[in-house]
Design a protein around this ligand. Sequence first.
Ligand code: SF4
Length: 450
Amino acid sequence: MDILQSRKKQVVRSNGQGMSIVCEKRSASGSVSQRACVFCGSRVVLYPIADALHIVHGPIGCAAYTWDIRGSVSSGPELHRLSFSTDLRETDIIFGGEKKLEAMLDELIDQYSPKAAFVYATCVVGVIGDDVAAICKKMTNKKKIPVIPVHSEGFKGTKKDGYQAACDAIACLVGTGSISGISPVSINIMGEFNLAGETWIIKEYFKKMGIEVITTMTGDGRVEELKRAHGAKLNVVQCSGSMMAIAKTMKEKYGIPFIRVSYFGIEDMADALYQIADYFKEQDRGIIERTEKLVRKEILDLNDQLEGYRQDLAGKKAAIYVGGAFKALSLIKALRHLGMKTVVVGSQTGNADDYKRLQALAEPGTIIVDDSNPVELASFVLEKDVDLFIGGVKERPIAYKLGIGFCDHNHERKIPLAGFAGMINFAKEVHKSVISPVWNLVPRRYHRAD
Ligand code: SF4
């Protein structure tokens, strides 16, 4: 397959010597990128905040992106599961949508008593020039809750710019609450969205280690907790693409350092806990020992259970295409624990450092790709004859149309894949998908046999 000329430098075949890959650039015209828009980027980050009102200011089509395709769960309020849109029509485009937005905020804040409201600006709002910030300011004064504009006009960049817009919105809350009574051994969990309850698994580990979690940005999120986030002593950043901006802001403004971690796979989960324990070892002399005990127990339980899956999966090949490249690193390692080999790996928003690490980890011959499209991905997975495709909602149809097993490791997953417990679920899901006899009956295999 011919790769578009303007994309050729965004695809490399690893030779173990760290070839340079072009990344962090706008998608090429005509490429039909797998990336989502700016608004989508901000919405995925913010809407797990469960006691806030989320209003999409734009045409109804933008609001199609709802809770149902993400599934970030809450232990309490579920206001985030409701979708509100100003449903802008032709007359609003001509005469402006500000009045409609103001009336909607007025009505919904009275009806639902949210702790805060986020107003997402979409493409058309940027084009017609509604002053969303002014309306939000007016409503903040009137309703006495933070009404925060999210400058996420879809056309103004990539999904990563949406992450930035979301971080800017969160920064409006951080620093506005009391930080009295916060433990010297305390953290904020960043870039964890409580899909299928994953935040709860991670929090349980921290509880056993004796660490106070001030807030999670943004899984099972609460406005009052976010306001106190500046009281934490360390920011622990997963999914760094989405949360690095707020981590850096908090470092500059409040002097809170941050570390990057991943909760996927055995080594990375253990490494995350050890890094945090190491950071607090002066404040809490027993934390290293407690962490070692916890990790040892979890891994012992895990190893026995994984053995059966390894035997069936040994030598099978996988393709990975995910949002952030940091997760791809964890997935390569997790697949190795199952005896599987990664032959294609890529991401929507990876940076140069991420790709350098991916090349160091990937086996020679692995195709590494930035900001890919369906045609390329389909061609790579066929060329490498993969047994499993790991991706999200937009990669699922590519896999199934080609008759390849699929594992959802994105926002839509319904079973937790993070933590040590998540590794078992991952192994089960991969095993079920790869070993299914249905793949022996699909045309891809028939043609190969011919
Ligand atoms: S914000 Fe723009 S690009 Fe994003 S869904 Fe709405 S119209 Fe589409």
